[in-house]
Design a protein. Structure first.
Length: 192
């Protein structure tokens, strides 16, 4: 890495070990340097400056100097486009499309400085969820009605099944009258 003055004598030098991936300082120690050789790879004998919180010390081999590089590794951030959480795993500033502020809901949108709830998107989602729910309830009621109607049509129905058929039909009619615009506070009729 950094050039040292070659010597025709063996030397023991204090070296600063660097990560082979990032060139950041990972430790120090003494290194035996045989006569007429240089330092091993991924180390320097140039003393680093003091460490600073929130930064990694990275050696720039071309310039032969140490640099402070922002270090957010291990921190959680959120993508401002899709609200996805991610753990930072590289050196440097946070990517431009991330923030360390967590969204408060699935309907938050980033306005450049903070998350703001998109009330309209939440409303549309709630209405669509209610529409899906009503389809499931109607389908369940229709399946019950069909089976009970078969028993009546075939003359096999018990008094309980005749009453039950009427209750399920009433329930299905009440479902058809449910106000979807009230979502998420839909007043669902009681299932028989």
């Amino acid at each position: 890495m950094a050039a040292i003055k070659f010597s025709n004598k063996d030397q023991i030098l204090t070296v600063y070990n660097l990560s082979s991936n990032t060139s950041e300082l990972i430790g120090m120690g003494d290194c035996f340097v045989p006569a007429n050789t240089g330092l091993p790879a991924y180390c320097t004998n140039i003393k680093p400056p003091r460490e600073k919180a929130g930064f990694a010390l990275v050696f720039d081999d071309d310039a032969g100097t140490w640099q402070y590089i922002s270090d957010h590794r291990g921190k959680t951030c959120w993508n401002t486009q899709n609200r996805q959480m991610q753990i930072v795993d590289t050196l440097g500033d946070l990517p431009n499309d991330t923030t360390d502020k967590a969204p408060n809901s699935d309907f938050d949108k980033w306005n450049g400085t903070e998350w703001v709830k998109d009330e309209q998107a939440e409303r549309v989602f709630q209405i669509e969820a209610a529409k899906h729910e009503i389809k499931e309830r109607v389908s369940f009621a229709t399946n019950n009605i069909n089976t009970l109607q078969d028993a009546v049509d075939l003359g096999m129905a018990t008094d309980y099944e005749v009453d039950s058929l009427k209750s399920w039909r009433q329930y299905r009619v009440l479902l058809s009258r449910v106000d979807m615009s009230a979502a998420p506070d839909v007043d669902w009729p009681e299932q028989p």
